[in-house]
Write a protein that binds this ligand. Sequence first.
Ligand code: HEM
Length: 394
Amino acid sequence: MPARTKVPVYRPYLYSASAIRDTYTHYAALRELGPVVRLHKHKVYALPRYAECKQVLLDEATFVSSDGVALNPVANRAGQGTTLFSDGEDHTRRRSLLARRLAPRALRALQDMVDLRAAATVEAAVARRRVDGVEIAAALPMSVVPDLVGWPPEGREHLLRWAGAAFNALGPLNRRAMCTLPASLGMLRYARGVVRTGSVLDGSLGHDLLAASEGGRIMPAECATMMIDYLAPSLDTTISAISSALHLFATHPEQWRLLRENPDLARKAVNEVVRHASPIRAFSRVAARDTVIAGTALPKGSRVLVLYGSANRDPLEWENPDTFDIRRDAARQLGFGRGTHGCVGQGLARLETTAVLRALAARVDRIEVAGPPEWALNNVIHRFERLPLELVPA
Ligand code: HEM
């Protein structure tokens, strides 16, 4: 059968404030239109269903990242030299240099420290009873990864703003991205200073990078980029997962009871949270040759948008996709990506999220919504800005 060349078009703007707040309604409309949908405003092909997202993520020879994974040319140029924006041997080299810090063995060594920090965070939150769930969610990501990367204590107060700005810049070049562009470069500027002065924490990943640069294994200029490579994607993403978990458990008390009865469900719950409320909305790829997706012909150079959040709610893949159920086997969710670029930090994100959930399950009988939550308006990250909760102690 010849490949289709006529592709359905979606005209609403996916990056308006209202679409960001109501993202799942747009995903459902896109999935209804078909497996490949032209986004009128961005001149890209959106993939709203699970099968095609997985196909693209697993075929890195055809769908490359080195032309950038953002939706605008400025970020696609600025991000050159990062693991996320590289392919082939270059990508393998960058990724392997740092991956051992996030491998299961390294994470086992972090377990006790993460559990202790989670317990202390929960203890303090339960004592206050009325809390902002985003603050609870931020506590671990804002300390564990900066320590791992070796970021000096001075300057940490800017990290979240810089990281959020970096994610904004990976969307289209709209007002939101333009306004945050200077801040998105803040982290790089700061990292360059840290590398220049060698002020990284001893024994950290940053320390390894400086040694690799002195040993001639990487270029000195790469050190700063690689520190950011690990730090920038670790903050908002994990904060999103933990705060979405808190909101989902507050609004599904029967699921909270299940978790309290069997805290071992926390590991499964992380997959279900990331499936149901995927922290990253979408990244793109470029077709390196003429190709076909789901019977649709795409010429070489086409940019395709992998909508992780939509794939994770595709009814062709999931039974009752909008239902939150921590007993579901959601291990195949795509919220951490898949294939060679699949999230290298997912073990750590799982460790942090599980630790917070287990600490809460031990101390909190009920989580209640204590006011209207507010969404963070970000082009790429799907997360709460404020989440008023009441923690009812056990
Ligand atoms: C719940 C938390 C997280 C989510 C949902 C998440 C999601 C993702 C996704 C979807 C990708 C794939 C990008 C692509 O397909 O192009 C990715 C890649 C990546 N993530 Fe995560 N991430 C999380 C936490 C972390 C953490 C904690 C770190 C670091 C400690 C991290 C570091 C990275 C890096 C370096 C890449 C690029 C990998 C590569 O290109 O080979 N992430 N992440």
